[in-house]
Design a protein around this ligand. Structure first.
Ligand SMILES: NC(=O)c1ccc[n+]([C@@H]2O[C@H](COP(=O)([O-])OP(=O)(O)OC[C@H]3O[C@@H](n4cnc5c(N)ncnc54)[C@H](OP(=O)(O)O)[C@@H]3O)[C@@H](O)[C@H]2O)c1
Length: 295
């Protein structure tokens, strides 16, 4: 296999860091795209190999622009983008806005990855085998009727719920990968989504959780898999040779293709969500072919 350049967001901890370690160990160049340069630098030293740090705060539009500008200048090419970072702190009780005025979870977990991919798309298309990996959550199983609220995805008019905001963003990420896979038909770029299961986070994450939530988390962690095990599915989806038509899929540990929620595969719903996302970002998609499923 050729040596590839792999960008992983939020790679200073958890599954992202474990994936970075596994990918670097296979001789690829890994970019740890993280909001905190010190945490990222510590991770880089631990990981070793051809691993570099770049600052990316997905809650800030300017940072996405600066990061992609840097990637163009510094990397010379991008083969894989893994949209791993996510904002999900159960201790958050109030709606928070980004400096650009977007609801923070919707922007960080969905709009920013859409923008990131969009601004790197020509580099991915130029790669002999560009791959986009979005990350969602197996917890969506507990929200079988969830949809993206097209009237109010940013909780401006309805009561804020951190869990609803998070799962809505994760549903949108399945749809984003699905949409990309259709839009990129005819290129060598594939787009898939990995559904992360219950993974050990470590007790230092989200220190502001109330005591009862910490206790629930401690019980959940007893049944959780390690970040390293989960990362194996990222790595296989991102790097292992597969058929070109392995795209638009939802994959779970241990590399098992699963059926996404029906809503997330309905081409009209997917088109509406992505249309809304691009309108909110105020940009047109970098590619727009006719969706063969809609005609
Ligand atoms: N752990 C689970 O049980 C579980 C279950 C389902 C889905 N997932 C998904 O799996 C993925 C990896 O999570 P994890 O378990 O490895 O948790 P984690 O260790 O908390 O990793 C999340 C990463 O996202 C980064 N991040 C958060 N906000 C960011 C921002 N504004 N800009 C840039 N980076 C930001 C964090 O950076 P900081 O270190 O700076 O905070 C951290 O590196 C996430 O997409 C998560 O939603 C996890």
């Amino acid at each position: 296999m050729e040596r590839e350049t792999v960008i992983i967001t939020g790679a200073n901890s958890g599954v992202g860091k474990a994936a970075a370690r596994q990918i670097a160990a296979r001789g690829h160049r890994v970019v740890l795209a993280c909001r905190d340069p010190d945490r990222a630098e510590r991770a880089r030293r631990e990981i070793g190999g051809d691993c570099r740090v770049a600052q990316l705060d997905l809650a800030r539009r300017r940072s996405v622009h600066d990061f992609t500008d840097w990637a163009r200048r510094a990397l010379g090419g991008v083969d894989v983008v893994i949209n791993n970072a996510a904002d999900f702190d159960l201790s958050q009780t109030e709606r928070e806005l980004t400096p650009d005025g977007f609801e923070k979870i919707w922007f960080t977990n969905h709009l920013a990855p859409v923008l990131l991919v969009d601004r790197l798309l020509d580099l991915l298309v130029a790669s002999p085998r560009g791959r986009i990996i979005n990350v969602s959550s197996k917890g969506l199983l507990f929200h079988p009727f969830l949809t993206v609220n097209l009237d109010d995805p940013m909780f401006a008019k309805r009561p804020f719920s951190v869990s609803k905001a998070y799962y809505q963003s994760k549903l949108a990420q399945i749809m984003h990968a699905r949409w990309l896979s259709r839009q990129l038909t005819g290129t060598m770029v594939t787009a898939n989504c990995v559904n992360v299961t219950n993974v050990k986070l470590g007790t230092d994450r989200h220190p502001d959780l109330p005591l009862w939530m910490k206790r629930v988390r401690a019980v959940k962690e007893r049944f959780a898999i390690t970040p390293e095990r989960m990362a194996e599915t990222y790595v296989k989806t991102a790097l292992d040779e597969g058929p070109r038509n392995f795209t638009g899929e939802l994959v779970e540990h241990p590399f098992k293709v699963v059926r996404p929620p029906a809503y997330a595969t309905d081409p009209h719903c997917v088109a509406r969500v992505m249309d809304l996302s691009y309108k909110q970002l105020g940009v047109g998609p970098a590619v727009s072919y006719e969706d063969p499923e809609i005609g």
